[in-house]
Design a protein around this ligand. Structure first.
Ligand SMILES: Nc1ncnc2c1ncn2[C@@H]1O[C@H](COP(=O)(O)OP(=O)(O)OP(=O)(O)O)[C@@H](O)[C@H]1O
Ligand SMILES: [Mg+2]
Length: 599
């Protein structure tokens, strides 16, 4: 990522952009405004303290005679209580705003993310994305809860303080104000530096989390290949880079702190000396000097605070950038032409017309090179061919995960892109090549096919998928937790759950991508029966490497290198002596012969 280019700066656009996120605050604007008012009040009241301290000193020295110490003390106590009450409500108001707003932003992000087209997830590393967004949302939260409030408070203190100082002693105030430009210029220079480094740190931190995420996801592979040391090295290297960049950022911050402190204290000491002279020459009372010095310290603190909060503010602006980028990425429904033709149950022929397709992440490799095929309504059609021929890709195109660059797909003569997407997809059920389950229970995973299904229907579907038996052997039955991605089940068990899900869905079009590949011969026979029942009367597309599975298909398409090279029934294809299908079949059946004879 080009960090220079994306480095946030407060410009008109970046502010306007940030205001975009303010739409999330709008529902809580009353709390926000109330919080702001309380903030002004509490900061204002706070400004009274130094003044009262000065008066106390003058009372004690007998310079001021109108009050006694008890009076002043009582006033201070009242202010203290008042200040406490205000602060309490202010924090509560900002808490409502920040909690609710960030919850809304999180929800909006989630909604947007799951609506994004598949290609987004092929382009981005999801672990990195999640870690960044979590970070960014946290920064937004800090901004709303704390940073913004502090920033405003310091502004109020600064302005109020300067006005008071000028009113008390224009000459001393003049000296003080002279240091302003120095500090501002310093802040700008250091600010840029810190910002760039903290951005880099974020990027590297994202990488660290990605590695963590990826290795833990593939922990079995890591261990099986005894690659712990290799992974540790990889992780260690990036981790080291985080430290390096962080240390550089820390030194820049440290230098900045030294710079500020030196200038501030230098000025303070100078003012102190000059003030003493004014007291000595009776141009000022000691109480006034104390008040003045205290105000100066307060104003100095505000300046120092402002610079930190300014950096935070800028950083948070950078964080909003990624959030905004995600929220503005077109969802898959927005990418397509806006259509609202609802797909009813699709019981018509499916036609692929000269479909050319390359995955967007690999645009120069054409995976499908002009595929034309018809899948007759209600029939069982098989796709066979070598690994990488493009079989799964055809299913992905049917599900509209991607869109072909050329050609069209029609169902009943209507282009599938003319249908509203959800209604279109609700016609399908997919049993994918690699079944990944949700981390919940078996029941939840089956019910995913139709969330409003009754318990009996779930059980019935499980039975039909030949899954009930193994489910009942678990002590928790349907309530068995399957573990992350279904890791606590065997491949064949996962597959049967996916089949049960498809059965429950009762789709118009069934897509089976190697649906029985992980089953033993006996289970496969039973599940195949269930699938045959399921396929009855609906359009089914099956992919299988084991040709025995596709034998009974009404029509078989043989794919090779993204083209259809043969089509026909099993018998027709077997009749072609040097056809691809018959040679594949010979190979498989010979192998089985060898296997059975040697057993
Ligand atoms: N998401 C993707 N991005 C880029 N290229 C991909 C993607 N998915 C698949 N491919 C490529 O597209 C080609 C066809 O893949 P596809 O998954 O359709 O093969 P297949 O016929 O289903 O093979 P198999 O029998 O091994 O499942 C392959 O060369 C593969 O590398
Ligand atoms: Mg495949």
């Amino acid at each position: 990522m080009n960090s220079e280019k994306t480095q946030p700066r407060i410009t008109r656009e970046s502010l306007q952009e940030a205001l975009y996120l303010f739409q999330f605050i709008r529902p809580y604007r009353f709390h926000f405004v109330a919080g702001l008012i309380l903030l002004f009040l509490s900061s204002g009241v706070f400004m009274l303290f130094p003044y009262l301290v000065g008066i106390m000193l003058d009372v004690a020295q007998g310079v001021v005679l109108e009050f006694d110490l008890k009076h002043v003390g009582a006033r201070m106590a009242i202010i203290l209580v008042f200040q406490g009450v205000i602060s309490y409500w202010r924090i509560k108001c900002f808490a409502v705003v920040s909690e609710r707003t960030t919850a809304d932003i999180r929800l909006a992000l989630y909604e947007r993310l799951i609506a994004l087209p598949i290609v987004f997830f092929e382009r981005n590393r999801v672990g990195e994305l999640v870690s960044r967004l979590t970070n960014d949302v946290e920064r937004m939260y800090n901004l709303l809860y704390f940073v913004l409030a502090e920033f405003i408070r310091q502004c109020v203190v600064l302005l109020g303080g300067v006005v008071l100082l000028t009113w008390m002693s224009p000459r001393l105030a003049g000296v003080m104000l002279l240091t302003f430009p120095v500090i501002v210029i310093g802040a700008i220079i250091f600010g840029r530096w810190v910002r760039r480094l903290s951005r880099q740190r974020q990027d590297v931190l994202g990488e660290v989390n990605t590695i963590l995420d990826e290795t833990l996801q593939s922990i079995h592979a890591v261990k099986a290949f005894a690659n712990e040391a290799f992974e540790r090295l990889r992780y260690g290297r990036v981790n080291e880079r985080v430290v390096n960049i962080s240390m550089r950022a820390a030194s820049s911050r440290a230098l900045f702190a030294v710079f500020i402190v030196t200038i501030l204290f230098g000025t303070l000491f100078f003012i102190l000396g000059f003030g003493m002279y004014l007291v000595q020459t009776k141009q000022m009372t000691a109480g006034e000097l104390i008040a003045f010095i205290t105000y100066t310290a307060v104003v100095g603190g505000a300046i120092a605070g402002l610079s930190t909060f300014y950096t935070e503010l800028i950083g948070a602006l950078g964080a909003t950038e990624r959030i905004r980028a995600i929220l503005r990425t077109p969802a898959e429904k927005e990418e397509r032409p806006q259509v609202n033709r609802q797909a009813q149950r699709l019981n018509a022929d499916i036609r692929l017309l000269d479909v050319h397709f390359a995955y967007p992440t690999r645009p120069d490799v054409e995976v499908l090179k002009g595929v034309t095929m018809t899948i007759p309504a209600g029939k069982k059609v098989a796709l066979v061919g070598q690994s990488g021929a493009g079989k799964s890709t055809i299913m992905h195109l049917l599900l509209q995960f991607h869109r072909p660059q050329r050609g069209d797909i029609r169902i009943g003569g209507v282009s599938i892109y003319d249908y509203e997407l959800s209604s279109y997809r609700s016609n399908f059920a997919l049993v994918p090549q690699e079944v990944i389950l949700f981390g919940g229970t078996i029941r939840e995973n089956i019910r995913y096919g139709r969330p409003d299904a009754h318990e009996e229907e779930v059980i019935e579907a499980a039975r039909k998928a030949n899954a009930l038996e193994f489910i009942q052997q678990f002590p928790d039955g349907l309530d068995t937790v399957v573990g992350e991605r279904g890791i606590r089940l065997s491949g064949g068990q996962r597959q049967r759950i996916a089949i049960a899900r498809a059965i429950l869905r009762d789709p118009a079009i069934l897509l089976l991508d190697e649906a029985t590949s992980s089953l033993d011969a006996e289970s496969e026979r039973v599940v195949q029966e269930a699938l045959d029942n399921l396929m009855e009367g609906r359009t089914s597309i099956i992919i299988a490497h084991r040709l025995a599975t596709v034998r009974s298909a009404d029509l078989i398409y043989v794919l090779d290198g993204g083209r259809i090279v043969e089509q026909g029934t099993h018998d027709e294809l077997m009749a072609r002596e040097n056809g691809l299908y018959s040679s594949l079949a010979r190979l498989q059946f010979n192998l089985t012969d060898v296997a059975t004879s040697s057993a």
